[in-house]
Write a protein that binds this ligand. Sequence first.
Ligand code: KG4
Ligand code: ZN
Length: 344
Amino acid sequence: MSLILGIESSCDETAAALVTSDREVLAHRLAGQEAAHRPFGGVVPEIAARAHVEILPELIKGALADAGVGLDQVDAIAATAGPGLIGGVMVGLVTAKGLALAAGKPLIALNHLEGHALSPMLSQPDLRFPYLLLLVSGGHCQLLFVEGVGRYRRLATTIDDAAGEAFDKTAKLLGLGFPGGPAVERAAVSGDARAVPLPRPLIRSAEPHFSFAGLKGAVLRARDSGQYAANDIAASFQQAVVDCLVDRTERALAKAQGATALVVAGGVAANGAVRSALTRLAASSDLPFVAPPLWLCTDNAAMIAWAGALRFEVGLVDELDAPARARWPLDPDAERARGAGVKA
Ligand code: KG4
Ligand code: ZN
């Protein structure tokens, strides 16, 4: 059994956690920075990096105290080394390197996406490799065939915006506040999902890729037309995203032979409409549906410590010169999606 300290700082969440290879979360602390970014309607990288510097040391001390362990009892220190906002990633990674050096412990420089990809195994002990993972967050929208620790095949990705980004931009366009995902979901409750005709980009196309930029443009036009109430636009937008996610995931299932489960992770997996639609899709495909609890879906350090524990158990540790990376594909062999990078 190993005990791992995990550190997360790739976006606007500062977090530290202690997790064992036996799935015990001994401590997990998290400090959001929503108030600092709210006036700007989005995450400001410089503000985020400075906040990580201020908050992280106390969070780590607090997590160690919660778990009742000292750094000497930890087997390794895992930190997100990318992808993400580079200033923030550097804060977490350099902190982890300092602690690893001081305590004489191995460093695990972790891919944030691997944290999300393996997080469902922390909450669901029965989950076995391989599984099909829909990873939907603010920065990413991918379908991954998770074959084992360190073995990920990317079946699809977004050619422009991530689904969470589309939620955030829609919230901003509709003046619903920040962070956008939960605000759109709340507004959608009282809206009519059939009120506004919105496109379903790439739906039914052969490859299971995603596109959300056109949807964002359609939301802008609907708003400017003055014909629709904000909650009707929110509900119609959410339904369009759900339809796209379900259609694309269904397409990917055909390419995920041998998958033992359909799994969702990332911040957008906190959305109730997304969860219920995927639950129905899994049932119609005779697969178990696995979604981590909400706190494990959004960015946190427990998933980093847990993925670190799985890597540590198979001897995957890193040197102290491991780089911080703004971009870091989980599957470097994945083909570039056609049309990728075309932002509307
Ligand atoms: O995984 P995460 O915490 O950070 C990234 O790695 O990006 O995901 C954050 C994203 C944001 O875009 C946020 O708006 C979205 O997840 N999100 C939601 C909900 N809660 C968070 N989107 C839709 N509905 C929600 N309830
Ligand atoms: Zn994330």
